[in-house]
Design a protein around this ligand. Structure first.
Ligand code: KG4
Ligand code: ZN
Length: 343
């Protein structure tokens, strides 16, 4: 059991912890709105030479960084442990060892301080990242969750009432960015590098497939990735910049088309894009244009809150508390935790 029901409560000061992949993060959120501190320690430099995240290396780094980062967060916020009202932590999905470290730290704090422990689904965190800067956004919300591990369209009708409309059948969007970047020798993480190269390139130079664009809400990116790899073997190769621009254009086209289809069907009052790939400049621009055309406001997190951070975990935890949810001190890491409704 990861949660049990209690009387709904509204914690004032929530400590958030995030360690599910290659970022260690600690945040303090006040009244569900004011982010007193949101420290992120990225491991990109450690994983770069391997061309991707190495779980063993990630765990070790989380272990070394978590305690000092926690102390620094408390100091910067000018806050004492006795002032905390709840601790929210990512308990999945993610690398099991990495998630476990955050969960162990959170359980220790909650036990010692005798405050509520709240397990948060990492995807739920991304979903609520939108609310940090737009606390009064109108529901229903249709959110495109695009990260290194996930690609989903989620509808939220009331807080905690999520419905996954569609997911990827194979690669996540961020994974496709990372794999294409690797094939081009652009390094890790690939998304930001492709984004940069795409700005210099011409997206019309190469016509690439738009998998499943015309139907439903599910995604498939592995065929598109293969088309890029096949092109790399051909004799009439376009420049790397043009290739990046064409690839990004195809991904963005599919993501935007499906999100807007979902928004119209659900009668969404707000659209958002969250997760690491939401930092992509092409996606942000095209989604903005499409939402303006459809007359639906787009309320995405700013770029710093798109990639993994603990402020979004604290925000989601605050919401779960208000729904009357708490986690037992036996909370476990769940590497494949699916996003399920809370109400
Ligand atoms: O949400 P996130 O930080 O971690 C996961 O939960 O997976 O997302 C990381 C992913 C990586 O695949 C990275 O390449 C991608 O987000 N990403 C981008 C950009 N910035 C990060 N993809 C495309 N364009 C970007 N600007
Ligand atoms: Zn993430």
């Amino acid at each position: 059991m990861s949660h049990y029901r209690v009387e709904p409560y509204t914690p004032r000061l929530v400590l958030g912890l995030e360690s599910s992949c290659d970022e260690t993060s600690v945040a303090l959120l006040e009244d569900g709105r004011h982010c007193r501190v949101n420290l992120v320690s990225s491991q990109v430099a450690l994983h770069e030479k391997y061309g991707g995240v190495v779980p063993e290396v990630a765990c070790r780094a989380h272990m070394e960084v978590l305690n000092p980062l926690l102390e620094e967060a408390m100091e910067r916020a000018g806050c004492r442990f006795s002032e905390l009202d709840a601790v929210a932590v990512t308990h999945g999905p993610g690398l099991v060892g990495a998630v476990l470290l955050g969960v162990a730290a959170a359980k220790t704090l909650a036990g010692l301080l005798e405050i509520p422990l709240i397990g948060v689904n990492h995807l739920e965190g991304h979903l609520y990242s939108t609310f940090l800067e737009h606390p009064d956004l109108e529901l229903p919300l249709v959110c495109l969750l695009v990260s290194g591990g996930h690609t989903q369209i989620v509808e939220m009708t009331t807080p905690g009432a999520y419905r996954v409309l569609g997911s990827t059948r194979d690669d996540a969007a961020g994974e496709a960015f990372d794999k294409v970047a690797k094939a081009l020798g652009l390094g890790y993480p690939g998304g930001p590098r492709i984004d940069q190269a795409a700005r210099r390139g011409d997206p019309s130079r190469l016509s690439l497939p738009r998998p499943m664009r015309e139907v439903g809400y599910e995604f498939s990116f592995s065929g598109l990735k293969t088309a890029v790899l096949v092109h790399l073997q051909s004799t009439d190769r376009v420049s790397d910049d043009d290739l990046c621009a064409s690839f990004q254009d195809a991904v963005v086209d599919v993501l935007v088309t499906k999100t807007l289809r979902a928004a119209r069907t659900c009668g969404a009052r707000t659209v958002a894009v969250a997760g690491g790939v939401a930092a992509n400049s092409g996606l942000r621009r095209r989604m903005e244009e499409a939402c303006q055309k459809a007359g639906i406001p787009l309320r995405s997190p700013s770029i710093g809150l798109c990639t993994d951070n603990a402020a979004m975990i604290a925000r989601a935890g605050w919401e779960l508390a208000r729904l009357g949810l708490r986690s037992p001190l036996t909370l476990d890491a769940r590497p494949n935790l699916p996003l399920t409704p809370r109400v």
